[in-house]
Design a protein around this ligand. Sequence first.
Ligand SMILES: NC(=O)C1=CN([C@@H]2O[C@H](COP(=O)(O)OP(=O)(O)OC[C@H]3O[C@@H](n4cnc5c(N)ncnc54)[C@H](O)[C@@H]3O)[C@@H](O)[C@H]2O)C=CC1
Ligand SMILES: O=C(O)C(=O)COP(=O)(O)O
Length: 596
Amino acid sequence: MATSATNLRTTSLSHKLSSLSISSNNKLSAFSLTVRQPRLKSRFIVLSANLDAKPTVLVAEKLGEAGLKLLKEFANVDCSYNLSPEELCTKISLCDALIVRSGTKVNREVFESSGGRLKVVGRAGVGIDNVDLAAATEHGCLVVNAPTANTVAAAEHGISLLAAMARNVAQADASVKAGKWQRNKYVGVSLVGKTLAVMGFGKVGSEVARRAKGLGMHVIAHDPYAPADRARAIGVDLVSFEEALATADFISLHMPLTPTTSKMLNDETFAKMKKGVRIVNVARGGVIDEEALVKAIDAGIVAQAALDVFTEEPPPKDGNLVQHEKVTVTPHLGASTVEAQEGVAIEIAEAVVGALKGELAATAVNAPMVPAEVLTELKPYVMLAEKLGRLAVQLVAGGSGVKSVKVTYGSPRAPDDLDTRLLRAMITKGLIEPISSVFVNLVNADFTAKQRGLRITEERITLDGSPESPLDFIQVQIANVESKFASAISETGEIKVEGQVKDGIPHLTKVGSFEVDVSLEGSLILCRQVDQPGMIGKVGSVLGEENVNISFMSVGRIAPRKQAVMAIGVDEQPKKETLKRIGEIPAIEEFVFLKL
Ligand SMILES: NC(=O)C1=CN([C@@H]2O[C@H](COP(=O)(O)OP(=O)(O)OC[C@H]3O[C@@H](n4cnc5c(N)ncnc54)[C@H](O)[C@@H]3O)[C@@H](O)[C@H]2O)C=CC1
Ligand SMILES: O=C(O)C(=O)COP(=O)(O)O
């Protein structure tokens, strides 16, 4: 047995136990040991879309050609507009991604009907109030939007409505077309010198403010979350809600529809407004109590309103609001310019294709935003994290269930310089997927863990060394369980596995108290034996005879001729009889086969 060719080394983590490993250069013919290039994939498989088959994308509302072209290069694209809710629920089980605008309600039923296939919902626009985000998250479905391409279009529409309302353009147009010539009736009001309150000073709000200043208006803004210096930079004062209501001649709404902003303008708030105020809404109908608005107009508090959006779209056509002569209406046209729609289509197509490829979208709405450079850096650790989770859970034999997991990150970086959310999600995926039918990704990892009563605690150990690499090791411990491989239980009684990334490849470096060093690919056999000559050869021969290729192998031992753990990476899953033959080798005390 050519064990002399093996290479004795110790890991950098602890010197308590020595470790024996076969380096990638050594070929031991008796073992049929072949070390091949690892199959490192260059993407984050967080969504686990099946990329072997072309994914199917359902486009449920009209999308610009450039976006469709991008989608078609990657996926089968089904453009089916005006689907009823029932038709959408039927179709969705055949789709990996769904793209909508504001006209489609993507509710819980849609996610439930998808049978787990729907991986991405793309909202070709900004507002995601038509998507049930909680249901999406619970189903592990990523929601992405296109937050920038329609900003200018929405701002321009706001300004159009402001000017058209002030000069009665729509009403006068209808009057002339009806054969009338009513010059006195349609005397307007000027914008210059008037105070405009922009409510919601985000992307659209600030573009509206910029344009209104160009028209000579005095612009104030209310936004509890906007930085004052950004407002000051364009000459806008941030004021309280009360002050905005009390001083504005015009109010333009630009906040999202959320439980907090719902019916923000209501009987009480209309009563606080300056008499004769004019209101523009290109945000969402739901931010105004529409009945209260009609009352406020009839009471003379609100002189006019210009509305692009409604609580219910389309709004009831004979309703008091739409028919009111002091109200100018458009059918949710804020984002509807040729330019904006091309831009939105490209923005959403890129986000959806990226997400289906397993990349984390920069415009993810229901997943932690992890910057691209962090993702690139963490890539091998993400794989290590998932594999350690998988290994640890497969070692559990019983006890009080997998409830308490401790993850320790050893890192030379300062604690606030390491974002562990992605790693925690992947460990959760590794822990849960082998023991359930639940599909786990970055989107639903924390939710799924909580739902299963799995408590994951994280600890950081700051190590000396160069902060160039983000992590030295990751350790996963499962408490209060028994193990089918007793040697995996540490001195403190938990199942413990630990790993490192070496040359970009995840390695298992510790099992229980035993140090090993095996590349985490294919599958793994762990054997405990009394350290003695010939053991590696015996196990290797059984695997070789059964045509199971060994990719990596290492032995960790307490001391020469004492207890040792052999970790063997195998490309193929050995047959039951092969494993039985290994178990029958004298001196093998226990062994376990683990799928990675
Ligand atoms: N009519 C249309 O076709 C379009 C409508 N929209 C609507 O406009 C909204 C704004 O779009 P963006 O400016 O791109 O979004 P954004 O996220 O850049 O800005 C929204 C701003 O509202 C603020 N905000 C949140 N809660 C608030 C509150 N209670 N009071 C005051 N401000 C609050 C936020 O701090 C943020 O600065 C979207 O959510 C969407 O509903 C956007 C594009 C087109
Ligand atoms: O982007 C938004 O929030 C919009 O309201 C635009 O909606 P749309 O895509 O035109 O249905």
